[in-house]
Design a binder for this molecule. Sequence first.
Ligand SMILES: [Mn+2]
Length: 435
Amino acid sequence: MDLASLFQAHLGERQRSAEEALARTGFDALVISSGEVHTYFADDQDAPFHPTPHFAHWCPMAGPHHLLVVRPGKTPRLIRYAPEDFWYEQLPLGSPFWAGGFEIEEAGTVEDAWARLGSVPRAAYIGNESDRAAAAGLEPNPALLTAHLDWTRSYKTDYELQCIEEATVLGARGHLAAKAAFLAGASELEIHQAYVQTVGCLDHELPYPSIVALNEKGATLHYEGKRGLKKGFTMLIDAGAQVRGYASDITRTITAPHCDSRFAALVAGMEKVQRELCEAVHPGMPYGDLHHLGHLKIAGLLQEHGILKAAPDEAVEKGLSRPFFPHGLGHHLGIQVHDVAGRQLGPDGTPAPPPPQHPFLRTTRMIEAGQVFTVEPGLYFIPMLLRPFRENEHRDRFDWALVDELTPCGGIRIEDNLFVTGASSRNLTRKHLPN
Ligand SMILES: [Mn+2]
């Protein structure tokens, strides 16, 4: 199917699910704005603009202050903010593939856009222009409706899958360029530049700040420094790309020939663990069970490589794998890299918090067809997390000399994006980036 047809079906699904959410939450209409830019405090500069995700769910048009009006049984109305401005580039709308799905009109000023909205009775508003919305008689950001709409974002349409797949193709190309740069001895900054050059975007057009971490920096989970020097022996790169507002989120750990062979063997073991976890994904499995399985497999790897002296069951039960793998196994992926509704029990927004022993688990959802999420086991040597174990009752279960010898290698994370099908799942990443 071509993109316009995919989008038309996606829009139909948006309309259907919005009508259902409106009916369930007592509203007659929904207004979403793409939002207002954030200007830094005491400054005349703006933060890179991110549209309201709910707006992006309906329309891939960039830029602030657009208004979308959704009413049951009606074609959605799009009031496009199109100022005359000689300071910033203003591109004409042209005829994008998605335009046929909307009744489009243009407004030259923000005031004009809101004036054109007119009176929309019993309407909810989603976005960060709450004052304007309240002045227009809309109810800003009602929690129950927002929870319903967030919930629908967990089930991807074919159009969304196409966007994520294209973002994956771009990200995979970037990863190959980054790997080549790393193996040629490039610095973190040079590797990052090779990545963005190949993806063909500006830094702020990436879905999240890339992590390019050489050696021990791999153990800083969100290392964004890019200060590392040339000729690293290991690289952890976590970088994605964005297409029409949808993200890919990919991590690889690469070792150079001069890396400690024991760490390289551990990376190979993690590669196997990650693939096994991806294969275990099927509808009807709680994501928390997959996370638990991840801990068991990582504990097994730690035992196999002599780092832990405990069987996997016992190691996990006593929390010995947690300092090595302190984050969640994955998260939903879509418009936001850490997509919404991972900790919702249902569309009404009842919270489903992570278990106390895994506070950073970002999804506690049941795995269901239509979801896209990441599977990203990690194994790190993080001195701060390991320190308490050097002195507590479990200290004899660790080979501390080996831990110390591997600490300069930082850590390992391997991350793919999975689409859940009726019976199992499809790995969106490996097709484009086999290793
Ligand atoms: Mn991720």
